[in-house]
Design a protein around this ligand. Structure first.
Ligand SMILES: [Zn+2]
Length: 323
């Protein structure tokens, strides 16, 4: 009883921390995302990290080359959807804090690269440890440029990790937070992100924000924070609710249920979390055990969040307009 209560308290704390320190997150549409204008300046932004405009070399007389085609994330999963129902597994972590090194080390140990990390490129090097109460220091730009996330999926957590509902549906500001982060990630990796995790989690997500994101940015999937403990595919991408959270007591039993379930239609096990939770709960061994379990599982398709979006974008709408 006492143990149960302790777990309950710890989970409540984790949820609060997730909401405090992190993010998360309906006209049926299958069209392409807004094409980002990579080379344009964003004169109205004052954010610390914004995309610099490409400039033509002085003295050049040749006509500029045709713009190279933008490479979007998640297009090279190698998975063919052949009509056979499959079990898909996504694992992702928010905030790009120093603890990600320990996560990545364990992923590499099991050759498991189908993992997504959500980063806020306006907060390089920022230390929230005092506010959060546990080590919470984000990587510097230099550290990220050194290739920490090479081979993994790097996706958007918005530029400054501010709850987007605070902008009172100001399209320009919401767009700036999403699109400038995406552009910075593109500059870093050469791959344009199409998915994000809502900062502040579900309490800060609204359908209006989803619509703004849908109509004004290239982001096509936004992850929420409420565990469903189910394996259904999402109904719409811009507020996808995960199956489980990495620190939940039911994580392993949920995953085992997923592995044991008969696969008569496509299924999804979607787990999310933060690196700093592993410090709070001293749960790196548990993480490794979970990574090993996923990496060695038979009969599952391990995909990044971006890959999952790309595989299902023609069937699952990003946003459903409500009547
Ligand atoms: Zn976050």
């Amino acid at each position: 009883m006492k143990l149960k209560r302790m777990i309950s308290i710890l989970l409540s704390s984790a949820t609060l921390l997730c909401f405090a320190a992190c993010s998360d997150g309906g006209a049926v549409t299958t069209d392409d995302p807004q094409t980002p204008e990579i080379t344009e300046t964003e004169p109205e932004t004052t954010e610390p990290e914004t995309t610099e405009p490409e400039t033509t070399e002085p003295g050049t007389t040749e006509a500029p080359e045709t713009e190279p085609e933008i490479k979007y994330a998640g297009l090279d999963s190698g998975i063919v959807r052949d009509g056979t129902p499959k079990k898909y597994v996504c694992l992702c972590f928010d905030d790009a804090t120093q603890q990600d090194l320990k996560i990545i080390e364990r992923c590499k140990k099991y050759n498991y690269y189908d993992v997504t990390f959500f980063i806020s490129t306006g907060l390089y090097g920022v230390d929230w440890s005092a506010a959060v109460g546990v080590p919470h220091k984000r990587f510097t730009k230099k550290e990220v440029q050194s290739g920490i996330y090479d081979g993994f999926d790097l996706a958007s957590h918005t530029l400054n990790h501010l709850p987007l509902d605070q902008y009172q549906n100001n399209v320009k500001k919401v767009k700036s937070e999403l699109e400038n982060d995406a552009k910075n990630i593109y500059k870093l990796t050469g791959i344009y992100p199409v998915v994000m995790a809502w900062p502040g989690g579900d309490p800060n997500v609204t359908r209006t924000l989803m619509k703004i994101a849908y109509e004004n940015t290239s982001i096509r999937l936004g992850r929420g924070t409420t565990s469903t403990h189910k394996f259904d595919l999402p109904k719409e991408f811009l507020w996808l609710q995960p199956t489980a959270e990495i620190s939940e007591a039911t994580l392993f039993s949920d995953f085992q249920r997923f592995l044991d379930a008969e696969c008569t239609e496509d299924m999804l096990f979607f787990c999310w979390g933060h690196g700093y939770e592993l410090d709070i709960y001293h749960s790196y061994d548990k993480l490794e055990q979970f990574i090993k379990m996923i990496a060695e599982a038979e009969g599952v398709e391990r995909v990044t969040v971006s890959e999952f979006y790309q595989l299902f974008k023609d069937e699952i709408p990003s946003y459903i307009e409500e009547n």
